[in-house]
Design a protein around this ligand. Structure first.
Ligand code: XMP
Length: 179
């Protein structure tokens, strides 16, 4: 599989995102909500990079997904595992691995607003060209990529390849023969 973003590319991207988030935070309490499962290890590295800015940081997770194999099903399912927060106290940043049609993030933003979140922003590692179906744009984006199905650094194909340390393009032979 072809490497699209190396470990050192990812390190630079994460440092840049952390600096941008820290610059905008203005000392308010940040609640990072990672979307499972793909946000790992991006969220871990982002938190480590943010730690050097000494921000009041809280971490939580929510499961959300719409993909079956390499296709968006168009229907987003959202879990209910978030703790109860006094939402107005927090500047919420939803963290996801990749923005494709945009349905997942836009549904999760709407979901958190319904729970009472007031300040909600979004941060994605990657944004895919060409398939956006919503008006909405992520506030922070690590890198724009072509319309490839990618794996590694938390991204999977049918639960495989999340462990890869870099981002690779899944070739067709993989999705035809992968177990
Ligand atoms: P939407 O279309 O809702 O998609 O913006 C976001 C979610 O879809 C998954 N996704 C991918 N997963 N490689 C992956 O491993 C990809 O190229 C890819 N494109 C979309 C992912 O779960 C993301 O949260």
């Amino acid at each position: 599989m072809k490497v699209l973003l190396s470990e050192s590319d990812l390190k630079n991207i994460v440092s840049r995102l952390a600096a941008a988030i820290a610059a905008d935070c203005g000392g308010r309490r940040l609640l990072l909500v990672g979307l499972l499962k793909g946000c790992q290890p991006f969220l871990g590295d982002l938190c480590r990079a943010l730690s050097s800015y000494n921000l009041p940081l809280t971490l939580d997770y929510l499961s959300a997904g719409s993909y079956v194999g390499t296709q968006s099903s168009g229907r987003v399912t959202i879990g209910d595992q978030l703790s109860a927060y006094n939402w107005p106290d927090y500047e919420v940043i939803i963290v996801d691995d990749i923005f494709d049609t945009g349905l997942t993030l836009s549904e999760v933003v709407a979901h958190l607003r319904r729970q009472g979140a007031v300040a909600v922003r979004t941060c994605v590692l990657l944004r895919k060209a060409g398939s956006t179906r919503v008006e909405f744009k992520p506030d922070y984006c690590g890198a724009d990529i072509g319309n490839h199905f990618v794996v590694g650094y938390g991204l999977d194909f049918n639960e495989r390849y999340r462990e890869l340390p870099d981002i690779r393009v899944l070739s067709e032979e993989h999705y035809q023969g992968s177990k």
